[in-house]
Design a protein around this ligand. Structure first.
Ligand code: ACO
Length: 323
């Protein structure tokens, strides 16, 4: 059948690596504490002047090359980010311009750590409705700019980076007939605002603000919420847990990821893990992980890939894709 096909993937990480030991020099923390609670060993931090749009552009170019497409083939750019270059215009329009595209539409989607899954849902619906033919869905972030570097309970958890995919309307090729985005399920519940938010913005404080989080509260909801999104994906597609080849989860914390894998009875060998090296890159974490799995040959054509995420809002969701 005609579906939205995922035809390319790319990613970009800023050069600078900040290790847990580096952080322990400036705040009261330790490599041991961070590793044991989160699985994080190091993260990337954007260079001075390096913006979300720069990171998004590199990731988009890599995805286009991987798909064998020109920028001018693209008629929709959906950029998932909660760290835009400016309050407006959408960072997506900067990326569009840098790619030399002057037609179609480019806009940002704001769903925090669930942003990439939301972006996939938006682009998939545009493509299946016939309103777009080829889309770039990008997740790119510079969380280093909204962290309170004095707050050890949050600043050790996040990193900068970006990833992107090319989506195209079409019939899949390959040995497994029914390829493409099989389903997306997205959810939100604003009652949980206070568990994870940024204490600033144009309309409230006229400042950018800093990330604030009640870690335990987020943890408590993460597994239940993502399990809901996964169950919806499996039921909708009449797919059994055992049929999933790869879990590509949002990378917030290795303990949350391990809990999701246990829930799906999946061995950790079939879960893509990058949180140890990237930390939590919010909307960028899924495409960064997907790219790693595809580039190193673990994830291949015909594989059934389950993505899931949860973030501030709360927002959460899943996407099931046959490559
Ligand atoms: N270094 C050393 N000690 C620390 C640090 C640190 N970086 N941060 C907190 N502590 C201390 C606390 O002050 C506390 O000390 P106390 O007992 O003397 O008061 C102690 O460690 C335990 O703190 P808790 O917050 O209870 O630790 P917890 O085991 O809950 O782990 C964590 C905290 C890692 C944040 C965990 O709750 C978590 O992973 N939550 C999920 C949050 C998350 O992943 N959010 C990402 C955004 S949403 C998403 O993407 C899913």
């Amino acid at each position: 059948p005609i579906r939205t096909q995922l035809t390319g993937c790319g990613a970009y990480l800023p050069e600078r690596i900040v290790t847990n030991a580096d952080l322990a020099h400036v705040i009261d923390t330790s490599d041991d504490w961070i590793r044991q609670r989160t699985g994080i060993c190091e993260r990337r931090v954007a260079a001075e002047g390096e913006m979300t749009s720069d990171i998004a552009l590199h990731a988009a170019q890599a995805a286009l090359e991987n798909a064998g497409r020109q920028a001018t083939d693209i008629d929709l750019i959906v950029l998932a980010t909660s760290t835009p270059d400016e309050t407006f215009p959408a960072t997506a329009t900067r990326v569009q311009h840098a790619l030399g595209i002057t037609r179609g539409a480019a806009f940002d989607v704001q769903a925090v750590c669930s942003g990439f899954v939301y972006g996939l849902a938006v682009a998939d619906n545009f493509i299946r409705c016939g309103q777009a033919n080829r889309a770039l869905v990008i997740g790119a972030e510079t969380y280093s700019r909204i962290l309170d570097w004095q707050d050890r309970t949050t600043c050790v958890l996040f990193g900068d980076g970006g990833g992107a995919v090319v989506l195209e309307r079409g019939e899949g090729e390959g040995d497994k007939a029914d390829t493409g985005i099989l389903s997306t399920h997205i959810y939100s519940d604003g009652r949980h605002h206070d568990a994870l938010y940024v204490d600033g913005g144009p309309s409230s404080t006229q400042t950018t603000g800093h990330l604030r989080m009640q870690g335990r509260e987020v943890f408590r909801h993460a597994v239940t919420n993502m399990a809901e999104a996964i169950d919806a994906a499996l039921a909708h597609n009449k797919v059994a847990e055992s049929e999933i080849d790869w879990l590509v989860p949002h990378q917030a914390n290795s303990r949350i990821i391990e809990a999701m894998a246990r829930k799906l009875s999946m061995p950790m060998e079939r879960v893509i893990m990058t949180v140890d090296r990237h930390a939590n890159t919010s909307s960028a974490s899924i495409p960064l992980a997907l790219n790693e799995g595809m580039q190193d040959g673990r994830i291949g054509k015909g594989d059934l890939v389950l993505m899931e995420a949860m973030g501030g809002g709360f927002t959460w969701g899943s996407a099931l894709v046959r490559l």
